[in-house]
Structure formats: structure tokens, C-alpha cells
Design a protein. Structure first.
Length: 112
């Protein structure tokens, strides 16, 4: 990869990252589907064993896992925010890799 290409790629990736971050619409965590019984003795979950599925976010903080329930009516919104966080993380990693490659080129040229 030459330095001009890396500069263009870096500009493109940072621009995409800036757009995502400026929205501020992302969540760090992992989606987890849990199966549960609702408590109604006449429900299919109690009578037929067909458990209800619920979305939770698994989040680690200070070495402790926290599970956060996501109400059905906002599941899609939350999934989109989790996906956006993954994209932010991936783009940040890509920027870092480009910067490492630029550093290597500068070292080879003796500019460092």
C-alpha cells in the first residue's frame, strides 16, 4: 500500500466514523436471547413448555456482567444501536491499522 492510498483510505474511514459518532446512537454490549416462563398458569409456556423469548443486553463493567432487559417495542432500535457500536469499533480498529502501516512506511523511509 502506498502512502497516498493510505491517506485517502484514512480520510474515508475517519469520515464514516465521525458520522456514526456524531449521531451518538450506539450501545456497547451483546444481544442475548433468554427464554422464560411468564407466570400465567394457562399460558403455553406453562402448559406446553413453549417459553417466551426476551432480548437482553449483556454488558460488562468493572469485571461484572450486567443483563439489561429490552422491551419488545424497542428491540429493533436497540439492535441497530448495538450494530452501530460494532461498526464504530471496527472502524476504529481499521484507522489504527492504517496508522500502523503509515508508521512502518515512515520508518522504512527514515522519516521517524
Amino acid at each position: 500500500m502506498n502512502s497516498k492510498y493510505m491517506e485517502l483510505e484514512l480520510k474515508k474511514v475517519t469520515s464514516h466514523l465521525a458520522k456514526l459518532v456524531s449521531k451518538g446512537s450506539f450501545l456497547r454490549g451483546s444481544p442475548v436471547i433468554m427464554k422464560r416462563v411468564c407466570g400465567n398458569p394457562n399460558c403455553k409456556c406453562a402448559t406446553k413448555g413453549k417459553l417466551h423469548k426476551s432480548l437482553y443486553i449483556s454488558k460488562n463493567k468493572d469485571g461484572k456482567r450486567k443483563m439489561i432487559y429490552v422491551p419488545k417495542d424497542i428491540e429493533e432500535e436497540v439492535k441497530a444501536k448495538l450494530k452501530a457500536y460494532k461498526k464504530v469499533k471496527d472502524l476504529t480498529e481499521k484507522i489504527s491499522e492504517i496508522n500502523y502501516k503509515q508508521l512502518e512506511l515512515k520508518k522504512k523511509k527514515g522519516n521517524v
